[in-house]
Design a protein around this ligand. Structure first.
Ligand SMILES: [Zn+2]
Length: 715
């Protein structure tokens, strides 16, 4: 194989003088002239201008200017200025892949169409940072006989040596990038592990300029520090990020800009929900140094394009977490508590936080028939109701139902207050201590088990490494033993982790003690909001179930306490709203006492004479009395006087149809009177019955049908 010809011309040879004399025989120029032919000059010259980031565009203006100058070079090499095109759509777009790089795609498609005679770039091997994209471009350029021209010279891809050289350069540039990135990242990671890598600080913190080594300090601007402090105070008071936004309505909030034209400057704007979440989630405010809280996640879409996004990692995956690194706005415990509160507020992941409405069991009540949660609804008159979700989806079981919130809330609140007497609380404290103690002991045992397993595994490893490799039999046995020990270690570690995960957090003792004071007064105080009551309720009660109940006048409620204990209570459903519910109890008692024996007319007279009034302050009338009878289930007196019978009764006694009895009454053969409710009452004596039997005996028609007719119930 002969020595390869030098395929590149030195950059100085591509000058206007040398190009104008393309036909001369100067050595360096002939290399150029032999490659740029008429077939290239007839087609377009494309200058591809690129900078990876907007920062590069801003700060490396020199490089950008050099890239644009390539257009002049193209003209100097013989292209018609009208045929020189500049593609600069990718300024500020990273070259890692073609994703989002419209300019590169336009370049490739023009090359495919064979429109391009030469591509100009500052460094061809860096046209694309992904070598896959670059080799595709090179392959297309070879097929369409397109030249590639950069500062180093002209490459003709149909020439094997040029292709090899470009391929090598591409590989080297990729390797160079990799090494550079590795070195930079390595140094960065090491500094971060020591907590010394300076990262952009959230608002409320600044670096002390006098000391390059010192960590962040609280912003000396008191307005800034006060605004940040107030975010945490407002969240502690309200427990909701949206409430914090509301608390800051009309108040400005600081923002410190990083990078860009505003770098380092303090600006003021509105506090948004996203910013509140950002502040509450940022461990920096708890005095912790964290590196690697976010990670880049790349996914391949169905169309083959690559999408990269930023994901927030869970705390146990943060590569660096140094607590008490700098002064904090809140303690680490408070930070964790805030995280838990935020998680409990996340409705889109199924959480049902306490809302401001008065229905106490909102969010924790479920349907005992179908097992689905019950939603809370408020009517226009302010009353609330719990409604089974299944009703909306037409999936309801026969016992699924809605219930007035009052019916359940009264029972639950009563139980809660009863459970919080000082005696009960003292018992709860003792139980909590016992549980904590038991957990601590179980935890200690699991830790010891892990320690022992680790010791065994280490010993097995040492024995394995000490064995002579030639002694295969022994080595094999030792290796198997080591593996068994490692498996045991993994098992012990899993058990310890499971123990940690399984322990639900106990309510803080201070919280419980604070409750033992005068709780009923606090509970009913006007200053206690519905949300506070619900939070209090949820500290003790895990959930409430509306159990299936066939008696529609009753409601059966199951309460599951956080301790695991359960209660089941059956109670009357409250009266429907309206006049009955508002009627004073003495009037209802009077109706209850006289109702079963007194007609409505007489009741109205009695009530009004005694000076009773309805709930609306009006005198009683028949309707009002009838409504109270209906709601309180007070029976009306029977329509029959002593010695009287109803039509059906008479028909049955005589063995004839009720129609016949009606006919006799109408025709005047049988005496009767209209009683309450317009019902017929027949005075019944032995004489009456005897007269009737004679009438039946004389009628062949009645005799024939009597057997069938008595079965029917005419009234
Ligand atoms: Zn249901």
């Amino acid at each position: 194989m002969s020595a390869p010809p030098i395929p590149v011309a030195s950059p100085t040879t591509i000058t206007s003088t040398s190009v104008r004399s393309t036909s001369t025989s100067a050595a360096g120029v002939s290399a150029v002239s032999t490659k740029i032919g008429r077939r290239h000059l007839e087609r377009a010259a494309v200058v591809y201008v690129r900078q990876s980031t907007l920062a590069q565009v801003r700060e490396h203006a020199e490089s950008t200017a050099r890239q644009y100058a390539l257009a002049e070079q193209a003209v100097a090499l013989g292209w018609d200025p009208r045929d020189v095109a500049v593609i600069d759509a990718d300024l500020g777009v990273s070259g890692r892949s073609t994703e989002g790089r419209d300019g590169f795609r336009a370049l490739v498609s023009r090359v495919c169409l064979g429109e391009v005679g030469a591509i100009f770039g500052l460094e061809i091997s860096r046209l694309a940072r992904s070598s896959a994209d670059l080799s595709r471009l090179l392959e297309l350029a070879r097929l369409t006989d397109t030249l590639l021209i950069d500062g180093d010279g002209v490459y003709d891809l149909t020439d094997f040596n040029d292709r090899l050289l470009l391929g090598l350069k591409g590989t080297m540039s990729e390797a160079e990038l990799h090494l550079l990135a590795g070195r930079l990242q390595g140094a960065k990671r090491a500094a971060a592990a020591r907590g010394e890598l300076r990262t952009p600080l959230p608002v409320g913190y600044v670096y002390d300029d006098s000391d390059r080594q010192a960590g962040p300090v609280i912003d000396p601007d008191e307005e800034v520090a006060a605004a940040v402090t107030d975010v945490f105070t407002a969240f502690a008071a309200t427990g909701s990020a949206y409430q914090v936004v509301a608390a800051f309505a009309g108040r400005r909030f600081p923002l410190r800009a990083y990078g860009g034209a505003w770098a380092g400057q303090l600006r003021w704007g509105r506090l948004t929900h996203a910013r509140v979440l950002g502040i509450l989630n940022n461990p920096c405010y708890a005095g912790a140094y964290v590196f690697g809280r976010h990670a880049c996640r790349r996914t391949v879409r169905p169309d083959g394009s690559i999408h990269s996004g930023i994901a927030v990692l869970p705390m146990d995956q943060w590569p660096v977490l140094i607590r008490d690194h700098h002064p904090g706005y809140l303690s680490w415990e408070d930070y964790l508590a805030n995280q838990a509160k935020l998680a409990a507020n996340r409705t889109h992941s199924g959480a049902r936080p306490a809302r401001e409405g008065h229905a106490l069991c909102q969010g924790i009540i479920g349907c005992g028939s179908c097992g689905r949660p019950m939603s809370t609804r408020y009517h226009r008159d302010g009353t609330g109701a719990y409604e089974c979700h299944s009703r909306k989806d037409q999936q309801a079981t026969p016992t699924c139902r809605s219930v007035s919130s009052r019916a359940v809330d009264e029972i639950v609140a009563e139980r809660l207050l009863a459970a919080l007497t000082p005696d009960e609380v003292a018992l709860a404290f003792a139980a909590a201590d016992e549980v904590t103690d038991r957990r601590a002991r179980a935890g200690r045992a699991a830790e010891l088990a892990v320690e022992r397993a680790r010791y065994d595994a280490d010993r097995a490893e040492r024995a394995f490494s000490a064995a002579e490799p030639e002694n295969r039999l022994v080595v094999r046995t030792l290796e198997a033993r080591w593996e068994t020990r490692l498996a045991a270690l993994a098992e012990a570690e899993t058990a310890l982790q499971a123990l940690h995960n399984a322990a639900p957090p106990l309510p803080a003792r201070a919280d419980l003690q604070a409750l033992t004071g005068d709780l009923p007064r606090l509970w009913h105080a006007a200053t206690t909001t519905a949300r506070d009551r619900k939070r209090l309720l949820r500290t003790l009660i895990a959930d409430i179930t509306l159990l299936p109940e066939t008696d529609r006048a009753k409601v059966r409620v199951g309460i599951r306490w956080h301790t695991g204990a359960t209660d089941e209570i059956t109670a009357d459903r409250p009266l429907p709203p309206g006049p009955a519910a508002r009627t004073p109890t003495p009037s209802v008692e009077l109706i209850r006492a006289h109702g079963p024996t007194t007609s409505n007319d007489d009741l109205v007279t009695i009530l009004n004479k005694a000076g009773h009034r309805t709930g609306k302050g009006r005198p009683f009338d028949i309707d009002a009395v009838q409504w109270i009878r209906h709601v309180h289930k007070i029976p009306a007196p029977g329509p029959l006087a002593p010695g009287e019978v109803a039509v059906a009764d008479a028909a049955q006694r005589l063995g004839i149809s009720a129609d016949a009895v009606y006919y006799w009454i109408k025709a005047g053969h049988l005496p009767a009177r209209r009683g309450p409710g317009n019902r017929l009452a027949i005075p019944w004596t032995a004489d009456t019955e005897a007269a009737c039997r004679i009438r039946i005996a004389s009628s062949g028609h009645l005799n024939r049908t009597s057997q069938a007719a008595t079965a029917g119930e005419a009234v």
